[in-house]
Design a protein around this ligand. Sequence first.
Ligand SMILES: CCCCCCCCCCCCCCCC(=O)SCCNC(=O)CCNC(=O)[C@H](O)C(C)(C)COP(=O)(O)OP(=O)(O)OC[C@H]1O[C@@H](n2cnc3c(N)ncnc32)[C@H](O)[C@@H]1OP(=O)(O)O
Length: 213
Amino acid sequence: MTGAWAAMQRVFEERERQEIDEGRVARLAELAARVRELSELVILSQADEMEIAAVTREIELLTARLAAAGRGIPPSAEVGDGGVVRQLGSPVTGLLNTLAPPIEIRIGDDGTARSEFTLGLLYEGPPGFVHGGVSAMILDHLSGCAASANGTPGMTAGLDLRYRRPTPLGVPLSAEAKAVRVDGRKTFVDSRIIGPDGRATAEATAVFIMPTR
Ligand SMILES: CCCCCCCCCCCCCCCC(=O)SCCNC(=O)CCNC(=O)[C@H](O)C(C)(C)COP(=O)(O)OP(=O)(O)OC[C@H]1O[C@@H](n2cnc3c(N)ncnc32)[C@H](O)[C@@H]1OP(=O)(O)O
């Protein structure tokens, strides 16, 4: 493991040094939001084959336009208010990652990481319900933020999940995570996703370990 933490820190610091042009981020976030809509329509659209082929060709052209401007390093990360890491390319919270819902996380005065979000069709597992892996991803990330906010960041060493009841798609959900115990390099975090009726749909206990340097 030695070296992995240092390597991560190097990458993090390199990206943190990137200037963030908030106007440009806002434009890119808008682009990402439109691509998410497009992704959902790829599943739902009733267009006929000719129309699908025509749209595919237009998208190829749009992709070529963006590619023509060249490729940089992945988008920046920075530590924001309350110690929340803002990763523009995160698959959970990244405004610029079209795979991300994206969810917004804030840290309360007591160190609890919280978020409210609605998950659409792109995150479906059982028909009409959220994929269990997506719930796990959200709880993992939220718990990582809670460990970080506790001043004891680390890598997920374990994520013990209990799916209490199906998590519905297309309705407002909330989630929360809090560091409950620190034991040397290990931080234990409890988390849950809460359905619109106020009951937990998924609960997790995670352990985060600060790698040896
Ligand atoms: C610098 C950049 C800034 C970053 C700013 C932070 C950003 C924050 C916001 C983002 C939030 C993202 C949240 C998602 C985070 C991921 O997605 S992380 C990616 C997924 N996880 C991984 O890839 C981890 C892969 N595994 C590893 O690298 C190594 O196994 C680990 C986890 C670092 C541990 O390695 P190690 O240091 O060699 O640990 P090891 O000596 O085996 O065990 C240490 C202790 O922990 C215990 N232990 C090990 N596993 C477990 C377990 N599952 N349960 C209980 N105890 C355990 C051992 O028994 C041992 O106990 P003691 O003997 O000390 O009492």
